[in-house]
Design a protein around this ligand. Sequence first.
Ligand SMILES: NC(=O)c1ccc[n+]([C@@H]2O[C@H](COP(=O)([O-])OP(=O)(O)OC[C@H]3O[C@@H](n4cnc5c(N)ncnc54)[C@H](OP(=O)(O)O)[C@@H]3O)[C@@H](O)[C@H]2O)c1
Length: 356
Amino acid sequence: MSLRVIQFSTGNVGRHALRSIIRRPGLELVGVHANSPGKVGRDAAELCGLDTATGVVATDDVDALVALKADCVVYTSQAESRPDAALREITAFLAAGTNVVGTSLVWLIYPPHADAWLREPIEAACETGGTTMYVNGIDPGFSGDLLPLAALSLSERADEILVQEICDYGSYDDAEFTGASFGFGTTPDRVPPLFLPGVLASIWGGPVRLLADRLGVVVDELRERHEAWTATQTIDCTMMTVAPGEVAAVRFAVEGVVGGRAAIIMEHVNRLTSAAAPDWPTPPGGRPGVHRVVIKGVPGVEINTHVGDEYTDHNEAGVIATAAKAVNAIPAVCAAPPGLTHLSALPVAQVQGLMP
Ligand SMILES: NC(=O)c1ccc[n+]([C@@H]2O[C@H](COP(=O)([O-])OP(=O)(O)OC[C@H]3O[C@@H](n4cnc5c(N)ncnc54)[C@H](OP(=O)(O)O)[C@@H]3O)[C@@H](O)[C@H]2O)c1
């Protein structure tokens, strides 16, 4: 029997999740949420670029979606900027018996690391509804959990784990959230939301702690570092136009200190076009982006992941992969014991019905 699924939002990630749900054997789309008035009332197929109508139309009525008692909702709505509202929506589904897989609320990649204000109401709703919630994506997500765990499975000994996203965000059409959070197009004296004290650690500290727990080591401290590169000439790209003197690249990291040294490191280098920060690390092979892990130890392991190809831009591929991460997890999450879950508690091979 198919799992009855709701897609909550049809933004950059959500429209790919929606398309994937409609096409997958074993999943039945029963509801779609839209926030924009221009999307409400439109068929799901139209909202994700498919030709054949599904008969499921988008609604902004959250109560009506909860009342569908679906098996799972794929929650990809913007949540970091409206956490209280997102929490209300998510807990309503969980308490009513609908499992949640999501890409939002990225603090929940490793729930033991998340703050109590977020974790506790979700745990309570899972208990009430006998349901499970799982949050993941490409980064944070895959690059900081499944990718290093794959590399660690080849390691006799690990002295240092370095996870990096090195990516040209120039073609990423998300100035409003990513651009503003990272501080692109502002002057370097202005502190963007991502670099406020504690924010980096709240997001990328989770994967650090997940790996530390898997390795049985204690993280003494999570250190944050960040720097900005300012444009020397105008940079014009899909994300935005950056004037000379404005930020066009950022480099930041969360370092897990173990035994007095930075041993588990999650680092980002994000630039707007290859013209920005030419002296900072670049992806191997001239590619525009990479999610990579480098393990120093025995024998020493490096894995470079490139999403996208000659047909699919790497930033578009990143959101397709993020949506796939959520949709692929639906059967495993529906079968999991109740509670907030994470990669270490789920079957690793979350793929399903992928071939046409
Ligand atoms: N971990 C990862 O690798 C990763 C990667 C990418 C994104 N993400 C996360 O995934 C989430 C979605 O990202 P995105 O790039 O798809 O964002 P996006 O393109 O901005 O889409 C956000 C969606 O949120 C909906 N929304 C906005 N305001 C809302 C409100 N007040 N009530 C209900 N819905 C509202 C919008 O609905 P309408 O379309 O109807 O207006 C839109 O579909 C974010 O939380 C982001 O942090 C994670």
